[in-house]
Design a binder for this molecule. Structure first.
Ligand code: MSP
Length: 537
């Protein structure tokens, strides 16, 4: 495969002080769709998520429940892992920062930086944002009225002896990185924010805490210090690539995150990698391809929180899955989520509207029309390949517009939908259901239905990353066993080859099957949550 590449993608590793919610499921679902698209294209993909366990808030929330941090982390790490499995996410590894492999890697990395002089002992006096586990400069603390710039909670004054990372030494190289690689941070408005802060100057950052208990990674050579949780967490991206058989995946192509943790990823992380790279044992640590920082899901214009009662946790997500199906949740998150710089307001009404308009009425209905007419007029078999035609031209034009999919490639879902809309328009324009009344038109009807079925097949390839279960069902109905077999068990596909016109052979059989996406009718209107619907033509 000439265009196959290696592709390493990460999500943030999530704090285990609480159970997963829509934000975590969102980032990880989007990452899953990106990973699937790459696998379908034939790339060798490595997709990582995991949990960040050494935060002070994990210690506090464990104590509130009378548990040790380890017990509480075990429980919540398992909750994250299980939730991601439940939402159809297929990662290649799941890192927990309390694992031995990770702690060992972090200690070795920090020891190397002590030796190289990029980490040194000093005194800190300044502000700490406990809600974000983040040190805040004097100027920034003042600018935000001594409240957390992210959560608005009061900052804490700290005076401690810490080990520091020589971040200030990397200012020029970071600025150069941002100039030479303008897509290092995306979207570009986020890049500009980081550049603005970068230009204000960089201070060295404390990376250890003394007398902070024993939940964390001990500082090598100063065992009464714990390594700052953010340094510990960022290094998880490299821990998993340390074994010889994994090295080939580093550097990560993309770190997918949200705007709340951009500074760590865009500034501290590359500086740390540059410092490590200069040491003999970590010379393999090249810089990642880039950071993509999306925005937030909010409710009624406000941040979600349990106390406001507008929180979307696992229970609410499960309810949506029970009513609409898992692929519908994925679809909504991926196509309606806050991927750009604007927050997205979550509303149930909008979820139901998008479901009915795009999934039931467009994808579901077009399938019904094509498969039912094929059954009725052609006995369920496509007699011949139609190698040219208007719909073919239109479909190939839409397929060619992959540059529109955006830096994450997520826009392919919209192009898949557009392909299916083109099928509907073609059926309306050519009216095979009318032509079929006259046997003299048999050939024309067969041609039209071939073009429609073949275009649906092409659409399914664009839609699979977002709607894996439903598109696999379509492949079963279309007899595309090859795709199912190739992609099973995290296998790789051959998108280039499969997305050529003519994949459906003459004589292909199409199984109509039940409704792919039953139309949703609100319970108060029908007495049932979802009702099967959608006739042919
Ligand atoms: N543990 C750190 C990350 C360390 S990465 C080396 C952390 N954890 S977190 O549990 O707070 O997760 C933050 C991430 O969760 C965000 O960057 C984003 O990916 C996701 N989201 C959390 N809330 C969100 C929304 N309301 N909306 C969208 N995504 C959000 O920070």
């Amino acid at each position: 495969m000439s265009d196959a590449a290696r592709f390493y993608l990460t999500t943030p590793i999530y704090y285990v002080n609480d159970e997963p919610h829509i934000g975590h499921v969102f980032t990880t679902t989007v990452a899953d769709a990106i990973a699937r698209a790459r696998r379908l294209a034939g790339d060798e993909v490595f997709f990582l998520t995991g949990t960040d366990e050494h935060a002070a808030k994990v210690v506090d929330s464990a104590a509130e429940r009378g548990l040790t941090p380890q017990q509480w982390s075990d429980r919540n790490a398992q909750a994250f892992r299980a939730a991601f499995g439940e939402f159809g996410i297929q990662t290649d590894d799941f890192i927990r920062t309390s694992e031995e492999r990770h702690k060992r890697f972090v200690r070795e990395a920090i020891a190397a930086l002590v030796r190289s002089g990029d980490v040194y002992l000093g005194d800190y006096e300044g502000w700490y944002d406990a809600s974000q586990e983040e040190y805040v400069s004097e100027a920034r603390a003042e600018e935000h009225g001594f409240l957390s710039p992210v959560t608005g909670k009061p900052l804490v004054r700290k005076q401690e002896q810490n080990y520091f990372f020589r971040l200030s030494a990397y200012q020029a190289r970071l600025q150069q990185l941002f100039e030479q690689q303008p897509d290092f941070v995306l979207p570009s408005a986020r890049r500009n924010e980081v550049l603005g802060r970068l230009e204000a100057g960089l201070l060295d950052v404390p990376i250890s805490r003394r007398g902070a208990g024993d939940w964390g990674v001990r500082f090598p050579g100063a065992e009464d210090h714990l390594i700052y949780v953010w340094i510990d967490a960022l290094l998880s991206y490299t821990t998993v690539c340390a074994p010889a058989e994994r090295r080939r995946f580093w550097p990560a192509q993309t770190h997918l995150i949200a705007k709340d943790i951009l500074w760590f990823h865009a500034v501290i992380w590359p500086a740390l990698l540059l410092a490590l790279r200069a040491t003999p044992d970590f010379a393999w640590l090249a810089l990642p391809g880039g950071i993509y920082a999306h925005s937030f899901w909010i409710r009624d214009g406000q941040k979600m929180s349990k106390s406001l009662g507008n929180f979307l946790g696992l229970a609410q997500l499960r309810e949506l899955v029970a009513v609409f199906g898992l692929d519908a949740l994925r679809w909504f998150l991926i196509t309606q989520g806050p991927l750009a710089t604007v927050d997205s307001d979550f509303s149930h009404a909008r979820f139901a509207d998008v479901y009915n308009a795009e999934l039931a009425n467009t994808l579901g209905n077009a399938w019904n029309r094509v498969s039912n007419m094929t059954a009725r007029y052609l006995g369920g078999r496509l007699p011949r390949v139609c190698a040219r035609g208007e719909l073919r031209e239109r479909a190939l034009a839409i397929l060619a517009r992959d540059a529109e999919d955006g830096p994450l490639g997520v826009g392919r879902a919209a192009r898949g939908l557009e392909l299916v809309r083109a099928i509907d328009a073609h059926i309306d324009a050519t009216a095979p259901f009318r032509l079929a009344k006259d046997p003299a038109n048999a050939e024309r009807v067969a041609e039209i239905l071939y073009e429609c079925a073949e275009t649906y097949r092409l659409a399914s390839l664009l839609l699979w990353p977002a709607l894996p279960a439903k598109m696999e069902e379509v492949w079963r109905r279309l007899g595309c066993r090859e795709y199912l077999e190739a992609l099973a068990g995290r296998g790789r596909g051959r998108f280039r080859e499969w997305s050529r016109w003519g994949g459906l052979q003459a004589g292909s059989e199409i199984a109509a099957g039940g409704a792919l996406f039953p139309r949703y009718q609100p319970a108060d209107a029908s007495g049932a949550a979802a009702a099967a619907g959608g006739g042919p033509a």
